[in-house]
Design a protein around this ligand. Sequence first.
Ligand code: M6R
Length: 608
Amino acid sequence: MCGIVGYIGNEQAAPVLIDGLSRLEYRGYDSAGVAVFNGQRLEVVKSKGKLAVLSDMIHGGADIKGTVGIGHTRWATHGAPSDTNAHPHLSTSERFAVIHNGIIENYMELKNKLISRGVSFVSDTDTEVIAQMVEYYYNGDIFDTMVKVLNRVEGSYALGVIDRDNPDEIVAVRKDSPLIIGVAENGYFIASDVPAILNRTREVYYPDEKEIIFLHRDGVTIYNFDHEAVEKELVHIDWDADAAEKGGYEHFMIKEIMEQPKAIADTIESRIKDGRVRLDDIELTAQQISDIDKIYIVACGSAYHVGMVGKYVLERLVKKTVDVDLASEFRYRSPLVTDKTLVIVISQSGETADTRAAMAEAKKLGARTLAVVNVLGSSIAKAADDVIYTWAGPEIAVATTKAYSCQLAVLYLLGIYMAQETGLLSAEEEIEMLRELLSLPGKIQSILDKRDDIQYYASLHYNEKNIFFIGRNLDYAVSLEGSLKLKEISYIHSEAYAAGELKHGTISLIEDGTLVVAVATQDRLFDKTMSNVVEVISRGATTLGVSKETRSDIRNTCDFAFLVPETDDLFMPSLSVIPLQLFGYYVASMKGCDIDKPRNLAKSVTVE
Ligand code: M6R
């Protein structure tokens, strides 16, 4: 969704802003703009479409002179994508410029009030209301003015404001939308996310909700709404230097697919010691685990698919009932939550609006909340009772791969930990499981080493109109993810079905040549799934089977098979998802799709 960058310092601001915005392109956007104080006025340049259009208009920023500015990539919510609706927005006298990520829910009421007092508007956006309110309520003191404005605003925001008449300052504030502050040698930054500024600094503050931040050329000060100075810890970001770069790969997605062995090793290895899982990050005692009456796993998109795997894992290991819910459904369905319920929320970004709201609802109902999150200091991480971070590093491609895999790894760790703490696993069983878990990175690497086979298969099928995925239990959960990966980046219509459900309706969609991908890694369900494969073959389907090396007999049934190494059936999703990610990637690549930024999608979905 929208991306924010602001800079004040010794360098020319416009090129810095364009560079920072280019590093936020992955978030998804449809227009872009910058505002820079040029010594006399706030010079605003904005354009619908790609950032490259804006960059060309100002020669990469060289045309605008000035060392303080704010920039924005907009993902349209209120008002169509257009030059006028693009941010920054100016107040009527052009004194204040504002960028905003989030939604001002009561903007209509605020707008009408200002209109009745003679203020006129030029855009359809909710954000312009903020620019006009700052000007309308300005009383000579910007802190006071911001508090006055924000006390009237309902909704979510990360805001950056500059004042033509006090151009040595950027004012910023956040509520329910991400915002970080970067401290560099040559100046200070605000940004929606770390990758925007990682090439300039690794020192970052994570402001809390409703703290007003003042960036000057010589430092940053942060106040709460009572105007008391707030001390913050400067956090050092220790990602690899090339973590937010493509590093020679054609797309971030394939780079991130290839990074999975390391990402999973980083996520699990430090949490396994002496044959036991150590989750020092959380406080969940044996007694608290025993007391849990029910577990909900709540998430969106791929993170929800991880939750589907998590259900099987936790039910099998921890022997508790687990319900998996889409966050957008959970929040509106009066779930039966008590103070003995554990609600696990999963989110790469830690900012997904539905997941945040679902977690807030669960907390309100008294549940204990545990978040599995990738982005340090994100809203969900801050609000949860406990957090287990996935150490996937920055994930830039919209289609998640390494974060998905690390989330799976965390759920395995959590399941083993809860079983270990409550005596449900013998020492031998635990050592065996952990040995298997630790072997996953190497096994994933061996699958990646055979990626040419998948690339070849993709070259035969990139023109398909429909592709179906089938599987049972854990294989069904993985099928859902394989199908989403394929459709979100290649735009090929795809559905995933529990294999046993086919004959209850879906099988009527199978016709001559329809491609069906059958995931069959679970020994006890293998024959059942093969029967379903035979059913589709006899209706004309072409089939790709995904199974494990010990089930090479899948070749007797499927037209083509990809076999992953053997592991405990419970951990199979970590391996079987890899060929499906690669298949989606290569199909989309052969179709020439914009893989890292698929149409209509955003990396971090911060609106409902
Ligand atoms: O940041 P989150 O993990 O909360 O995001 C949830 C979904 O939006 C996300 O997994 C989405 O489905 C991915 N684009 C799928 O690749």
